[in-house]
Design a protein around this ligand. Structure first.
Ligand SMILES: Cc1cc2nc3c(=O)[nH]c(=O)nc-3n(C[C@H](O)[C@H](O)[C@H](O)COP(=O)(O)OP(=O)(O)OC[C@H]3O[C@@H](n4cnc5c(N)ncnc54)[C@H](O)[C@@H]3O)c2cc1C
Length: 443
């Protein structure tokens, strides 16, 4: 196939957002008789799933303190459920297990879930939480300082690359072309974007969509958007000169034991477990104190990762200049080290007796990766430079498979209320999403 010189729609990035947008946009164009998938070109410098989407642990949860996030994710869970098998989505549910200082926040989350019809159960009080966990999930449960459990009955996790290939197949079946091995070097714009300058030549376009995950900042630069901004908080106070993009190193790894070892009391796949606690954490290796600060982990048995896979709170990258490439497990700087392995395996042992003597089974292979975060750590979904839709999910958006569906509708001039809270001008207007008491930057 010859190299294109013009496409009506160009999408940069063959990750979860680029591919979902491509497929949904192709369907919208066809349904409205305004074109077809043949009007859409997806460009990726490497391959499908070469970015964050291809290394994400794939957890899909609604547990967000922000009502806008909850509604957005509920919509995405509908999309996951439409083709669960095709996407490799396992609807095992999700449990947010919390200490007293998060109790009230999580109670609010539960209440809002009830309001929007997102099925979940809320268990309160130390005794009842222990009883619920031992009776219904893991009889060897032993985590301390737990006073509430939010058990989401929907969500769970997906096989990260399977979902991407499924979306790519669906897009290609609609006529979308996916061009890999082509790097975008510049975005000529004169008020609006006129095309993309690539390593193989210029491709003109009428509309550009960017779903570049951790590389969001390089496209922000190409669009000559500001590297520092003033942020107005919800009380009207202006915080001047805030960095537009910060980077966190996401900490994940796998215990190399049979996933069946992590099954629940019924011998079945348990919900994804997420524990935040202020109980002291001791080493399962030598009994030494690891931390008395609040800590958090998540985990699940995972056949794709061949073990018990999960993560812990991410680390803020403090460098002024951050190299996103080489990305993911190829990065010498942003893969997890022995400190993560020690903390995470000890945290597993804190939660369940069966992991007390399993720390040595931690897989010593590279894992984890970098994420680009916005000033308030929540996504920006907005039109920049008149004809460029930026999908910048602030690095917790694998679960947001439905955003492409909503963006496609906005491209057809149908404004989507679910996307409205994620406009860029919220920083100027003082319409920030509320902050929670979770130790994670994205909750
Ligand atoms: C270790 C880790 C675990 C995570 N776990 C979860 C999770 O459990 N649940 C969850 O919801 N989220 C999770 N996330 C976050 C999630 O992975 C990302 O938010 C999401 O995948 C971003 O998708 P995307 O499509 O925007 O970008 P990406 O998947 O990163 O895709 C961007 C693509 O753009 C391409 N590209 C970049 N620059 C150029 C260029 N100049 N020219 C052409 N192409 C280019 C890249 O090659 C890449 O393929 C995790 C992230 C990490 C790092």
């Amino acid at each position: 196939m010859s190299f294109p010189t013009h496409k009506k729609y160009i999408i940069i990035g063959a990750g979860i957002h680029g591919l979902s947008t491509a497929w949904h946009l192709a369907k919208e164009l066809k349904a409205r008789k305004r074109g077809s998938g043949k009007d859409i070109l997806v460009i990726d410098k490497t391959a499908i799933g070469a970015g964050a989407s291809g290394i994400a642990c794939g957890v899909i949860r609604n547990n967000y303190y922000q009502a806008a996030m909850q509604e957005l994710i509920a919509h995405s869970v509908d999309v996951w459920e439409e083709d669960a098998q095709g996407y490799g989505y396992l609807p095992v549910g999700y449990m947010q297990i919390s200490p007293e200082r998060m109790h009230a926040d999580v109670a609010d989350i539960h209440e809002r879930q009830a309001d929007i019809g997102y099925e979940s159960e809320f268990i309160e009080g130390e005794k009842d939480c222990l009883k619920y966990m031992r009776g219904n999930v893991f009889e060897d449960w032993q985590a301390q300082n737990v006073t509430s459990i939010l058990h989401e009955k929907r969500g769970g996790y997906a096989h990260n690359t399977k979902a991407l290939y499924r979306l790519a197949d669906k897009a290609e079946a609609e006529g979308v072309r996916i061009l890999t091995g082509v790097t975008v070097k510049g975005l000529p714009h004169n008020g609006c974007v006129t095309g993309v300058e690539t390593t193989k030549g210029l491709i003109k376009c009428d509309y550009l969509i960017i779903g570049a995950g951790p590389w969001a900042n390089s496209f922000w630069d190409m669009l000559d958007l500001p590297q520092r901004i003033d942020v107005r908080d919800n009380e009207g106070n202006v915080h001047p000169d805030i960095k537009m993009w910060t980077y966190w190193s996401l900490q994940e790894g796998t215990l190399g034991i049979e996933p069946t070892y992590g099954m629940d009391n019924r011998g079945k796949m348990p919900p994804v477990i997420h524990v935040d606690t202020d109980a002291p954490l001791f080493s399962s290796e030598d009994g030494s104190l690891i931390t008395e600060e609040m800590w958090g982990i998540y985990y699940k048995p995972d056949f794709h990762f061949r073990g018990i896979q999960g993560g812990a709170t991410p680390n803020l990258v403090k460098k002024e200049k951050v190299a996103v490439d080489p990305y993911g497990i190829d990065s010498p700087d942003f893969i997890v080290g022995p400190e993560f392995a020690h903390t995470w395996t000890s945290a597993l042992a804190h939660c369940q007796k069966r992991y007390e003597d399993k720390y040595y089974r931690y897989k010593k292979e590279p894992s984890g990766g970098l994420g680009a975060f916005t000033p308030d750590n929540f996504p920006i979904f907005d039109v920049m430079r008149q004809n460029c839709y930026m999908i910048a999910d602030s690095s917790h958006g694998y679960k947001m498979i439905g955003v492409g569906n909503l963006v496609a509708k906005e491209l057809m001039e149908e404004k989507q209320p679910l996307l409205r809270p994620f406009r860029f001008d919220r920083y100027d207007k003082g319409e920030l999403l509320p902050e929670s008491n979770s130790p994670f930057p994205w909750s």
